[in-house]
Design a protein around this ligand. Structure first.
Ligand code: CP
Length: 307
């Protein structure tokens, strides 16, 4: 089946058959990552520019490795040290880079909609690597891939996303993707960190961690994004940990084994304790490994190349 999409801007509205196609393609690339020589010639001659206007460890390295494993040519752009400091706009920056004959752009930006904007002013394929509080579609895809690997079909699987929902692009991509795959999705956190119209997305809302844990099979824990909060949304990080932190003691009250996920970076001892993050029920490092395969699949499918 030929993939007809040109951009990946978010998971909202992406049909199940397209998600399945990306996930199945990622399975093929995931197998390549276990080989002694982790490289295929699939994107030879394709040039990708990684435009990162915000900090990143996992996503930037994961995309870079995915591009290298596919034999693409790649260029990394960081906002610091660029001509943005001389007043150049995003549009001019992107159009000048495109004038050097590139094919695909991976963009992380603090402004929601920056990838959509680039898709309107460039001819290249655009992949959203996280835009403000909007979406982080490859994170959503790698979370879904990793969860399916663990539990199989996601129909009826109960996932609660706990923490700073209001500032989380990971939450939005997970909600859209998981619901399309048939999971039952809930969010939980302080009322000040949950958008008011959350139930309109068809997710349950819990303000009590005990009720959320009673509901859930899978816990996806999010970081408190202090850098995006314009005012205090709870009294202190210690109080947040006491009321919403995922601890071994809190989980031991239930007669079930929760699957633990976190997109990273983790603030250990705030939203998630070390003994839970590093327990045998944690998928956190598997999520990171699978992220490379997901990004290889997305790059390959959007390139329009056929193997
Ligand atoms: N999960 C994630 O996006 O991590 P980075 O910010 O390190 O890329």
């Amino acid at each position: 089946m030929k993939f007809l999409k040109k951009h990946l801007l978010g998971l909202e509205g992406v049909p199940k058959e397209d998600l399945e196609h990306i996930l199945e393609t990622a399975k093929y690339f995931r197998e390549i990552l276990d080989r002694p020589i982790k490289k295929v010639p699939t994107l030879t001659g394709v040039t990708v520019v990684n435009l990162f206007f915000e900090a990143s460890t996992r996503t930037r390295i994961s995309f870079e490795l995915a591009e290298k494993r596919l034999s693409a040519d790649l260029v990394n752009f960081s906002a610091s040290g660029s001509s943005l400091s001389k007043g150049e706009t995003l549009k001019d920056t992107a159009r000048n880079i495109e004038a050097m004959m590139i094919d695909m752009v991976v963009i992380r930006h603090s402004s929601p909609g920056a990838p959509l904007f680039l898709s309107r002013v460039l001819k290249s394929s655009i992949i959203n690597a996280g835009d403000g509080c909007h979406e982080h579609p490859t994170q959503g895809l790698l979370d879904i891939y990793t969860l399916r690997e663990k539990v199989g079909d996601l129909s009826g699987v109960k996932v609660v996303i706990i923490g700073d929902i209001a500032h989380s692009r990971v939450a939005m991509s997970n909600i859209h993707g998981l619901k399309t795959m048939g999971a039952e999705v809930a969010v939980c956190g302080p009322a000040t960190l949950i958008p008011v119209e959350m139930d309109k997305l068809g997710v349950k809302v819990f303000y009590s961690i005990d009720e959320a844990l009673e509901f859930a099979d899978v816990i996806n824990v999010l970081r408190i994004q202090l850098e995006r909060q314009k005012k205090a949304t709870f009294p202190s990080l210690r109080e947040y940990h006491d009321i919403f932190g995922i601890t071994k003691e809190r989980l031991s009250k239930y007669k079930k084994e929760f699957v633990i996920m976190h997109p990273g970076p983790i603030n250990r001892g705030i939203e998630l304790d070390t003994d839970v993050a590093d327990s045998k029920h944690s998928l956190i490092l598997r999520q990171v490994t699978n992220g490379v395969a997901i990004r290889m699949a997305v790059l390959y499918l959007l390139s329009g190349r056929e193997i």
